[in-house]
Every structure is written in C-alpha cells, then in structure tokens.
Design a protein around this ligand. Structure first.
Ligand SMILES: Cc1cc2nc3c(=O)[nH]c(=O)nc-3n(C[C@H](O)[C@H](O)[C@H](O)COP(=O)(O)OP(=O)(O)OC[C@H]3O[C@@H](n4cnc5c(N)ncnc54)[C@H](O)[C@@H]3O)c2cc1C
Length: 219
C-alpha cells in the first residue's frame, strides 16, 4: 500500500485559528502567529468547537489497497473520492492484496493465489469473448487492488482516524489510517496531535468487545 498526501489547504493551522478567532472578534484576525494558532486550536478542540476544522482539507493518493478496504473507506460520506474504474480499465493482470493471516500459512496462500489466478484467467476469457469489462469484472475477488484519490476536511479526517485506528477496525484500513495520520500530523500537529480512537484519552466504547490495549501503548 502507498499513501501520499498530494496536497492540502496552505497553512492549515493558521486558517483554522483565524476561523476560530473570528467567532470572538469584531474584525477578521489576520495577525495571528503559528504559535498562537496552535494554542488556540488546542483550546477550541478541547471545547468541542470542531466546525472550524471544516475550512481545511487534505487530498491523498492511495495505491495498492484491496477493494475490500476501499469499500470500507468510501463509506465515509463526507469525504470525496475518485477511484480507478473497473468498467473502463482493463485488468488483464490485476495486482492483489494478500492478508497477513494468509501470507503466514503456505497452504492458505496457495489456495488464495489459485483462486485469484482462476478468476483472472476467466476474466480474460470473458473479455476475449466480447463481454464488456464492466460485466467481466464481476468475477474478481475483493483482494484485487485499486487506486483512488480522496479528499477530506480535517473534521472528517479526525472522525475517520477515530474509527479506523481502533483495534477493532480491520488491519488494512488501520494501516491506511496510520499512514495518513503520519503525514497530516507532520503538516498540522495541533490539529492531529490527539487523533486516534476514543481510548487515546478516555474509556473504550466497545465494552466487552474492546481489544483491551489502549491505543497509546500500541505505538
Ligand atoms: C469497526 C467497524 C465495523 C463496522 N462494521 C460494519 C458492518 O458490519 N456493516 C456495515 O454496514 N458497516 C460497518 N461499518 C461501517 C460504519 O457503520 C460506517 O458506515 C462507517 O464507519 C462510516 O462512518 P460514519 O457513518 O460515522 O461516517 P461518515 O459517513 O464519515 O460521516 C461522518 C459523520 O457525519 C454524520 N452523518 C453523515 N451522514 C449522515 C446522515 N445521513 N445522517 C445523519 N448523520 C450523518 C454522522 O455523525 C457521521 O458519524 C463498520 C465500521 C467500523 C469502524
């Protein structure tokens, strides 16, 4: 999997801090320093004044994730997506993701790869028969990898990280979320310093189904 932050709102912390300041000022506060911005952001986020985060967005290029993982990602409705199309792109030799549990078991890996080879062979045969790619692709397993560009504002991104960095989320989307966090935290530390699941600073809402390991101890 490759995750690259393609672009983001310039100076996101200054933008968020100015948005927060205007709520309490009679004129637009242009003269706020980065240091002041960071302090202000921490204060407003602590109070739950999260709408100020909606003024800055982050755009990622995600490559080499499975369709199983991309399906989970696109459930986040407040982000925007452009995904490689299986209707238009011919996938004669598709890349695919192998889950660690399968990689670790030679017999499982063999079965898995056989399944993918068979689906690929049959996909190619259907396309040769003149079946449209949009129909032949129905044969593909969810393991087939995909690429997409997605954009989310900082509020939605924090929400995604809260859900997808949880130990109960699936390993692949957790890996994706972790790579995203690394990059946005470097750009806007005051916004993302406490990003992560609820157990980062409070009780686990999963109850008995929780993983039993608070997130900070896992890093
Ligand atoms: C561990 C885990 C297991 C899951 N298991 C399943 C499963 O078995 N089956 C399944 O179908 N899904 C499952 N999901 C997906 C989950 O139900 C959500 O669809 C997904 O996490 C997107 O989250 P969201 O709806 O909060 O966020 P987003 O779509 O990112 O929305 C952000 C927030 O905006 C608000 N919002 C957005 N749209 C609406 C709306 N229409 N009405 C009101 N408020 C809105 C909500 O407050 C929402 O939290 C799972 C998710 C996780 C993390």
């Amino acid at each position: 999997m490759k995750v690259n932050l393609l672009t983001h709102t310039p100076c996101p912390e200054l933008v968020v801090a100015r948005a927060a300041r205007i709520c309490y000022s009679s004129s637009f506060p242009i003269d706020i320093s980065l240091e002041e911005s960071r302090k202000l952001i921490k204060r407003v986020l602590k109070r739950g004044h999260e709408s100020v985060l909606e003024h800055v967005s982050f755009t990622f290029l995600v490559e080499g994730i499975s369709r199983a993982a991309s399906h989970q990602l696109v459930r986040h409705r407040l982000a925007s997506y452009s995904q490689q199309s299986q209707r238009y792109v011919f996938l004669g030799e598709p890349q695919y993701v192998v889950p660690p549990s399968i990689k670790a078991d030679p017999r499982a890996k063999m079965l898995y790869e056989e399944g993918i080879k068979r689906a690929t062979k049959e996909y190619n045969q259907l396309v040769e028969l003149g079946i449209p790619k949009e129909d032949a692709r129905y044969l593909f397993p969810q393991a087939v990898s995909t690429s997409l560009v997605f954009t989310a504002n900082a509020r939605e991104l924090l929400h995604i990280l809260r859900l997808r960095l949880c130990g109960r989320a699936q390993w692949e989307i957790r890996e994706l979320a972790s790579l995203m966090l690394e990059q946005v935290r470097a750009i806007a530390p005051s916004i993302f310093e406490n990003a992560g699941p609820p157990c980062i600073d409070g009780p686990c809402p999963e109850g008995e189904k929780g993983c039993g390991k608070p997130w900070k101890t896992k890093k």
